[in-house]
Design a protein around this ligand. Structure first.
Ligand code: ADP
Length: 550
């Protein structure tokens, strides 16, 4: 029997129109470096998004599913692009400005981007790439920056000023009634594991994911909140926040290019956001900043932290200053919200702790299973470790194969029965909480046992004199692989590896303890601030590290 319900497609245009009308007074506040930030209401953003869509169609000829790329910081214009581009039926392609030039070129060509909207401050990055981007016909420049960098560049692209382009155009647009399964936005994985892979989000997945982000069991945000969106809009759609906020009227505080700890601390004190979202590196930096120069962070009710494992010691340090970090797991392929670590009800703070340090529990929209090395599905017993696989309406089923090509489904990323293989190794507890112990490529395979690099890192970073620690597998004649610990010490601390090893021995088995140690000034990071373990393994292989063996 069929239902008797209406079948309204889940479209970003509905999110746009809802936000501008129902939450018209909510604001996007963009930090500009000037004494006063730029404040723009959702009503104005909605008007300007419609103007942008009209300009893209009438002036630049975007009339189908062309890719309109953004090379932008988190700011009001980028939110306008987020709403306008998919709603008009085009595909929003957020370019990651931290990628090496050749990868950016590869990605923009693979997606065949026709238009690039760029912040003026990023023209030094874009201008030298343009001669290598034959599909780009239009460049739209927004915000301060030296336009002359585009003079004489060997490219057929026409250059436009964002404000001039949209000025005077109608503030309404007849948004097309699209199939909700068509492409709304695309994002390439950062390529830390091979060529970048394009994930294409549908209107339906964006809509459903936005609802999940807003739920109390996820970020729990309403129009009484202001969220500081540090996670870049070019990184998995800023974890879905810009679309979710337009659904519920959450104010957004956008840091633009002011991502250093000092301005972040200043904007928190002045604008008093109730929530923020960023990777652990940002919170490390901010903690050091406010320890040296105290600031009032008391407005922050909750922080969503993810993208890489949050060391429990960092969570504790923020607990002490009254800021609660809530751990989340996800990846580009999962839109990205996969889990969030809210403890179950009815526990004491001590009991809650063991849940807070997990990656969190799965929402109804994300089904999960753990698959052992032999391909068998393992029980949810909190002990059986295997590769995490997930499926659901905002989880990728394939990668973009290129224009006019079929999507690709590599066997190491998608199971035959349609699950996404995450490449993460972990366990799931009986009550559905995920604890990641490693990535498939980072786990240390020592004498037939697996040693978790993340467990070693977290234990090391709990030592008062260790600021950062990264552990990688290195080849070992006897055991196959053994852990190599690289540590960054606190200022003034002197190194005593035997003492560090003994400290680890308090919480870990002796066969898991590293015998190879290296002191480093800092842990190499990928362009989005994750530990770059590939770089560490390469430095080790090339003999660049001064290793002490105990
Ligand atoms: P890439 O795989 O190129 O780094 P993503 O940004 O999609 O791109 O990263 C997703 C990966 O980040 C996950 O598969 C996982 O390994 C890691 N990750 C994300 N959140 C967490 C977390 N809370 N704890 C541990 N690892 C995490």
């Amino acid at each position: 029997m069929l239902s008797t319900m209406q079948d309204a497609p889940l479209l970003t245009s509905r999110i746009l129109e809802h936000g501008r009308r129902i939450h018209g007074k909510s604001q996007v506040i963009t930090w500009t470096g000037a004494p006063e930030p730029d404040r723009r209401s959702f009503a104005e953003i909605g008007d300007r998004a419609a103007q942008l869509a009209n300009a893209l169609r009438d002036e630049l000829g975007v009339d189908g599913d062309q890719r309109v790329a953004t090379l932008m910081w988190n700011n009001a214009e980028h939110v306008e692009a987020y709403l306008a581009i998919p709603s008009m039926g085009a595909v929003l392609h957020t370019l990651n400005l931290r990628l090496p030039a050749e990868q950016l070129v590869w990605i923009a060509n693979h997606a065949a981007d026709g238009v690039v909207i760029v912040n003026g401050s990023l023209l030094p990055l874009l201008a030298p790439l343009l001669p290598h981007l034959p599909t780009v016909e239009h460049v739209v420049v927004s915000g301060p920056g030296d336009r002359s960098l585009l003079d004489g560049v060997d490219s057929r692209a026409q250059v436009h000023e964002y404000e001039e382009l949209i000025a005077g155009r109608p503030t309404t647009f007849d948004w097309p009634e699209l199939d909700e399964r068509t492409a709304a936005a695309m994002c390439y994985t950062s390529g830390t594991t091979g060529d970048p892979k394009g994930v294409v989000f549908s209107h339906r997945s964006v809509y459903l994911h936005s609802m999940q982000v807003s739920m109390a069991e996820s970020m729990s945000l309403t129009d009484r909140d202001t969220t500081l969106v540090v996670v870049p809009q070019f990184h998995v759609n800023a974890w879905g926040i810009p679309h979710a906020t337009f659904m519920t009227g959450v104010n957004m505080l956008m840091p633009d290019r002011f991502l250093q700890p000092a301005p972040l601390a200043e904007m928190i004190e002045k604008e008093r956001p109730t929530h923020a979202a960023a990777v652990p590196t940002i919170w490390h930096g901010l903690l050091a900043e406010v320890t040296a120069n105290p600031r009032d962070l008391s407005s922050m009710r909750m922080v969503t932290i993810g993208g890489s494992s949050c060391p429990p010691a960092l969570m504790e340090a923020y607990d002490k200053i009254g800021v609660r970090l809530c751990h989340a797991w996800g990846m580009t392929e999962t839109s990205p919200l996969g889990t969030m670590a809210h403890p179950p009800a009815g526990l004491t703070p001590e009991e809650e702790w063991s849940y807070r340090v997990t990656q969190g529990r799965f929402p109804a929209g994300v089904e999960a299973r753990v698959v052992g090395p032999g391909g068998d599905v393992l029980p949810w017993d909190g002990e059986s470790a295997g590769e995490l696989e997930v499926r659901g309406p905002w989880i990728a089923a394939a990668y973009f194969g290129g224009v006019d090509a079929e999507p690709v489904r590599p066997a190491d990323k998608f199971s035959e029965d349609g699950w996404l293989k995450t490449g993460d190794v972990g366990v799931i507890s009986a009550d559905g909480y995920l604890t990641l112990t490693d990535r498939v490529k980072d786990v240390i395979k020592s004498g037939g046992e697996w040693i978790s690099s993340i467990a070693l890192e977290n234990a090391l970073m709990a030592h008062p004199e260790v600021v950062e620690a990264a552990v990688v597998a290195v080849p070992d004649q006897k055991w196959g692989e053994r852990p190599l610990a690289t540590v960054v010490l606190a200022e003034g601390a002197s190194v005593d590896y035997a003492a560090l090893r003994a400290f680890l021995g308090e919480s870990l088995a002796s066969w898991q303890l590293p015998e190879r140690w290296v002191l480093v000034p800092e842990v190499p990071k990928t362009n989005i601030g994750k530990f770059d373990k590939r770089a560490i393994r390469r430095q080790y292989a090339d003999g660049e590290l001064e290793v002490t063996k105990l």
